[in-house]
Design a protein. Structure first.
Length: 577
């Protein structure tokens, strides 16, 4: 029996394919053995690194014995009560408002023809870094912002009003800045949960029982949806209570929130304050745990209230009158974010811009030229860190999803649930004790702790629901597992793969605290530079760095949308993954 040339090449390639597949299988085993440690290892090490200095043990500062001095110093600080109050109130109010607007907007818009259009813009809005959104809010609500300029002719203002709006002592601006970013995130989580609870059927049943759309959604759909989005809500709460970059831009300054104060102690030249900072980080972690437990109790109370309403036969007809209000609140959030970003773009090219003019007197690129050298350096650092962290994370995510075993969800979400300010100071202290300086590789590894969970979560749905019939057809035609993986599965999943890579890159671009603390101030990215400029008051410089930061996060999404369409332009099904 003779073989033609094509058959001979296929037979000859099988050993090589088999070796490649065995190497891939070995990589999977090693990954599963270390993925949990990769995700929770830095968190546990960081917590240990803050617990020891909290108890007075900090050899780098000459403290070789345990004591309660750091805790006593923390509680002796005059601003502690105000800082704790601000952290709790701003976190709870931002979470409550975000949930109310996201859930109410969904309930009022599901039947609207605009609902699909809302879903289509969520991806780009999620890519907007928190710092860029916060600066956009500053340019919108500040005394010389666009809102004041619009009201100036009506109220007779010829100069900005003397009002403390940004950095107000109650944290109102901080809450608003958090809400405009968290509402799109929660909306995306709700949209992902709706197919799992069969919302249309629940609404039909509730309508047949005499409930209106809003009341039926609240009583029949919301309980099922909330079970799916409970963890994302906890993430929003933990982030809102411990955020640093947004609080530096919009939050109070006398005193700061607890998270910002911890960062200031960590960056203080007096190294003995590291113990006090560690104690503050532990306190911040404890406050978040208490807040989550309180939210859990509130959930139980709301569940009991829902049962009482249903058993009492109440139809809650008054809720139907809130439909327009709920739609308006959601629209305000979207427009505030978009108009704020337009303000960033306008200030980046503005010449002289007198109050109360709505637009600058002249447009110029001199602002960009003035900062071109610094921009290129920061952009290069941002791109290297983001692309490396996202690429490695995507590779790990593919190996993890290709395996048959799974890592518990709590391990994936742990770096996101535990606030960065609670364990990153510990990581910095451990690096300091080991004599390690924060270089580029260490910062990339720190970014991966936060990038990897998002990449796994983004890619997981598409990867697990891939039609395995294609794999069976490939095997039936004689293809090895490795050939099926490289020539069938990965090409067909190109769209979700590049989308996950874009998400990972955007997450890395927005990382402020890991870059600042782990990098030890030696690594400067677009985000760290933009936040640093916030204290200087140069709006044009802030706008330039913020716009470039925004573009750095959005451009990968544009590529992720266009690349599959170009490569698979003759295969419509594959262009959408």
């Amino acid at each position: 029996v003779t073989l033609d040339a094509r058959s001979r090449s296929t037979v000859a390639s099988k050993p090589a394919c088999t070796r490649a597949w065995r190497a891939l299988a070995i990589a999977m085993v090693l990954l599963l053995a270390g993925l949990t440690e990769l995700l929770i290892g830095p968190v546990i090490a960081g917590l240990i690194g803050v617990i020891l200095p909290t108890l007075g043990y900090f050899p780098a500062a000459g403290a070789n014995h345990f004591s309660l001095e750091p805790i006593q110093a923390l509680f002796a600080w005059n601003g502690l009560a105000s800082a704790v109050r601000l952290s709790i109130t701003t976190g709870l109010f931002a979470t409550a408002l975000s949930c109310l607007i996201a859930l109410g907007f969904t309930a009022s818009m599901m039947a609207s023809p605009w609902w699909r259009r809302v879903q289509s813009i969520l991806g780009p809005l999620l890519a907007v870094p928190h710092a860029a959104a916060a600066f956009g809010m500053v340019f919108l609500i500040a005394p010389s912002g666009w809102i004041a300029r619009v009201l100036a002719p009506v109220l007779g203002w010829d100069r900005p009003p003397d009002l403390l709006i940004v950095n107000d002592p109650w944290g109102v601006a901080l809450v608003l800045g958090l809400v405009i970013k968290e509402v799109p995130f929660l909306l995306l989580m709700i949209i992902a949960a709706l197919p799992q609870v069969d919302a249309p059927s629940r609404l039909k049943v509730s309508a047949s029982l005499g409930y209106g759309v809003i009341a039926g959604w609240t009583l029949a759909v919301l309980p099922a949806v909330y079970k799916q989005i409970r963890l994302p809500i906890y993430l929003v709460l933990a982030f809102s209570m411990s955020v640093v970059d947004v609080a530096l831009i919009l939050g109070p300054t006398t005193p700061n929130t607890l998270a910002v104060q911890v960062l200031k102690w960590m960056n203080d030249p007096d190294i003995s304050l590291r113990g006090q900072a560690a104690a503050g980080a532990i306190l911040q972690f404890g406050l978040i745990i208490i807040a989550i437990l309180a939210l859990r109790l509130f959930e139980q109370l709301m569940g009991g209230l829902r049962n009482w309403i249903i058993m009492g036969g109440l139809r809650l007809a008054m809720l139907e009158q809130l439909r327009w209000l709920l739609q308006c609140l959601g629209a305000i959030v979207f427009f505030a974010l978009l108009i704020g970003l337009c303000g960033l773009l306008m200030w980046s090219v503005a010449g002289f811009w007198a109050f109360p003019d709505l637009t600058p007197n002249s447009i110029s690129l001199s602002n960009w030229a003035r900062h071109s050298d610094g921009l290129m350096v920061r952009l290069g650092q941002t791109a290297i860190i983001g692309f490396t962290a996202a690429t490695i994370s995507l590779s790990i995510a593919v190996l993890y999803l290709e395996s048959t075993r799974t890592v518990p969800n709590w391990a994936i979400f742990l770096p996101l649930i535990i606030p960065q300010v609670a364990f990153l100071p510990g990581v910095q202290i451990l690096l300091l004790n080991m004599g390690l300086k924060g270089g580029l590789a260490v910062v990339i590894a720190a970014h991966m702790v936060f990038v990897l969970p998002y990449v796994i979560l983004t890619l997981g749905g598409s990867y697990r629901t891939w039609n395995r019939d294609f794999e069976r057809v490939g095997h039936a035609l004689g293809a090895s597992p490795a050939r099926v993986f490289w020539r069938i599965r990965l090409p067909m999943l190109l769209a979700p793969l590049v989308s996950s890579l874009a998400v990972g890159f955007a997450v890395s671009v927005g990382q402020y605290l890991p870059t600042l603390l782990i990098g030890g101030g030696r690594i400067s990215t677009l985000t760290t530079e933009a936040v640093a400029l916030a204290s200087g008051g140069d709006r044009r410089a802030i706008a330039v760095f913020s716009v470039l930061q925004l573009l750095a996060a959005l451009v990968p999404f544009v590529i992720a949308l266009g690349l599959p369409m170009i490569l698979w332009r003759n295969r419509r099904g594959m262009s959408h993954g």
